[in-house]
Design a protein around this ligand. Structure first.
Ligand SMILES: Cc1cc2nc3c(=O)[nH]c(=O)nc-3n(C[C@H](O)[C@H](O)[C@H](O)COP(=O)(O)OP(=O)(O)OC[C@H]3O[C@@H](n4cnc5c(N)ncnc54)[C@H](O)[C@@H]3O)c2cc1C
Length: 396
């Protein structure tokens, strides 16, 4: 066997697809009995993002389309209208199944109900052990998701932050607009945010992620007491409840020997939202191509890390800095200020759903202004995050 992929989410499935497309012999292990289940994701991705990962926009897995975000903070609302490609709401179960078909059509083998228990190095090859079977291979791509266990046994760190999340699907009476509601502020969702996403005319997902042990009571509080949310959910019926974990921030290394981590296991998400479908699938595809080149003796796994950091590294590092502002107690004050001096309308004009930071720093003046504001609000925080931005690069 050339390549073993662990995990049948978007990252692992993209890795299996690209490695098989390059002619490698690939096997992917997924612990559940079906791809895409259980569900945990809100499913928001942009049209640009889907193109970027080579998945067409199809009605079999696109549930809805949104063109506007309302950001509610401290009793105020800001509106960000999407100009250009729309934002899609995916049914992740069907989307992941389509990704699995894509990988199998290129010759990848997918084994379900097969949890990888252990990975060992023996005589220059990896031995991948599932319940009752062992497989020998040259390269391992680990796409275990947010709760990755195997990477640490190989000596790799996990993502910087793991944030618990909870999501509920509702059926509601009043028809829904094609807009996403984002609730910021530590009063409602400490350390992260809450969201309401329409998945149809009368159905929605409401979710919350917070650096708290009690997402359940925080989400219940929002549904009952938040003025905008309680109005939307009036006489709503709960259809499904599911939990999950959002990861933020990649570790210092995402490969060791011929073992590479991809997707949530490697912290490859957008730091402001934790959205990881597009980044994970992109990095998975890249890892698959590099794996095939390594098998042919034409590349080293270091190439994987070099390329993905070149493309997403700046977004990750500056995103962490901006995230610190969005979760601070001053977020309301700051957003009102930036709205007054025209930064929000600049962001709206340049907004790129996959590259949040680039939407803000397209003009160097805006970056200087934002960092000045951050400095005014909290010089120590700004300094700490300045170090965080610059240090990982030096350590590598
Ligand atoms: C509540 C919530 C809402 C979100 N909303 C969005 C959103 O709107 N947009 C967005 O882009 N992202 C969103 N995300 C993030 C997104 O879901 C992840 O970034 C994405 O699923 C990562 O893909 P992955 O393939 O790395 O991991 P996963 O999708 O988690 O897939 C990993 C797979 O590996 C399997 N596995 C794990 N260990 C083993 C093992 N040892 N052996 C075999 N199989 C194993 C797991 O069962 C799983 O199927 C959300 C996350 C949460 C929790």
């Amino acid at each position: 066997m050339d390549v073993v992929v662990i995990g049948g989410g978007p990252s692992g499935l993209s890795a299996a697809w690209s490695a098989a497309s390059q002619g490698s012999d690939v096997i992917l292990f997924e612990e559940h009995e079906e791809i895409g289940r259980p569900r945990h994701c809100a499913g928001l991705v942009s049209g640009e993002g889907l193109k970027f990962i080579g998945m067409p926009c199809k009605s079999e897995y696109v549930e809805n389309m949104v063109d506007k975000a309302i950001i509610a903070v401290d009793g105020f609302c800001f509106e960000l209208r999407k100009i250009g490609e729309p934002i899609y709401v995916l049914n992740r179960e069907f989307f992941d199944k389509a990704m699995a078909d894509r990988a199998m059509n290129r010759g990848a083998n997918i084994l379900l109900k097969s949890q990888v228990k252990k990975v060992e190095m023996r005589n220059g090859k990896y031995i991948v052990k599932t319940e009752g079977a062992s497989y020998s291979c040259k390269i391992v791509i680990d796409g275990e998701g947010a709760i990755s266990r195997l990477a640490s046994t190989m000596g790799l760190e996990g993502p910087m932050l793991r944030i618990p999340a909870l999501q509920v699907e509702y059926k509601v009476k009043a028809p829904l607009e094609n807009e996403v509601l984002v609730i910021l502020g530590n009063e409602w969702a400490p350390g992260f945010f809450s969201w309401v996403i329409p998945i149809g005319d009368h159905e929605l997902r409401i979710g919350l992620a917070a650096t708290s042990d009690n997402c359940n009571s925080l989400l219940r509080r929002i549904t009952k007491r938040h003025p905008l949310v309680s109005k939307i959910l009036k006489e709503g019926i709960v259809k499904k409840i599911y939990g999950g974990t959002i990861v933020i921030g990649p570790p210092r290394r995402t490969y060791i020997g011929n073992f590479m981590t991809v997707g949530d296991a490697a912290g490859q998400t957008k730091p402001l939202t934790g959205g990881g479908v597009v980044y994970g699938a992109f990095c998975g595809s890249l890892a698959g191509i590099v794996a095939s080149k390594v098998v042919e003796g034409k590349a080293d796994t270091a190439l994987y890390e070099k390329i993905w950091r070149k493309i997403l590294g700046l977004e990750e590092r500056l995103g962490l800095l901006l995230r610190e502002t969005l979760i601070s107690d001053d977020v309301g004050r700051l957003l009102k200020l930036v709205s007054k001096i025209g930064i929000l309308s600049h962001v709206e004009r340049n907004f790129h759903y996959e590259y949040h930071v680039r939407s803000i720093i397209k003009k160097p003046g805006i970056l200087i202004l934002s960092s000045l504001l951050l400095n005014l609000l909290s010089p120590t925080k700004a300094f700490k995050y300045f170090l965080q931005i610059t240090l990982p690069k030096r350590r590598r």
